[in-house]
Design a protein around this ligand. Structure first.
Ligand SMILES: [Zn+2]
Length: 201
């Protein structure tokens, strides 16, 4: 078996379409060929990742839009097999698809106030207003979605406000930045950055 045939067999194997005798032949090639073996491991990993993806409820139209945005060969729809044949970008694409889809599912469902931060004890929530009272110091970053932020005290960190507004008292002090995000896309971008910054730490 040469490498070209091996690649073909690998795809068939991952599709579950390979007979036992053929599997053994493939395995013996993989034992001898580091290049194909490496590829096999990569593809298997991608496969596992695809299967482990959460069953999100992305609207069909959205899924189509994402798929259309990805490069594709004329007349052929992108799918699992396409991703499998492009292992190098698979993980990134899948990540993006999952991200966009789960984000939009979330975006559509969840319009209530969301407050995220590391020091929420310092925060007072009144209706859809998040208040950092005078004389308190909030340590860390704060993310508020779908509400208003009123800053009377001090913030040692950044504030991100999504689909909302903020008021800042003249006595207030923020060591970081205030970022306002109004667009779904900006929010997605923010999430993507957040995701990648996890690896940068
Ligand atoms: Zn080979």
């Amino acid at each position: 078996m040469d490498c070209k045939e091996a690649l073909q067999r690998i795809h068939e194997h991952l599709d579950g379409n390979l007979k036992q005798a053929e599997v053994l032949k493939l395995k013996s090639h993989l034992d001898q060929c580091e290049h194909c073996n490496q590829l096999f491991i990569e593809l298997e990993r991608t496969e596992a990742l695809v299967k482990s993806m959460p069953r999100y409820s992305a609207p069909d139209e959205l899924t189509d839009r994402i798929m259309n945005a990805l490069p594709q060969t004329p007349g052929r729809r992108l799918g699992l097999s396409w991703l499998r044949r492009h292992p190098a970008i698979s993980v990134a694409s899948i990540f993006l698809i999952v991200m966009v889809a789960s984000f939009l599912a979330l975006w559509n469902q969840d319009t209530e106030l969301m407050v995220k931060g590391s020091d929420l004890d310092q925060v007072v929530i009144e209706g859809d207003t998040v208040l950092i009272p005078t004389g308190t110091t909030y340590n860390g970053n704060l993310v508020v979605r779908g509400g208003n932020v009123k800053i009377d005290g001090d913030v040692e960190g950044n504030i991100t406000i999504v689909d909302g507004s903020y008021q800042m008292a003249s006595t207030a002090h923020i060591s970081g930045q205030i970022q306002e995000i109004d667009q779904a896309l900006s929010w997605l971008w923010y999430k993507v950055n957040e995701f990648f910054s996890m690896f940068a730490q």
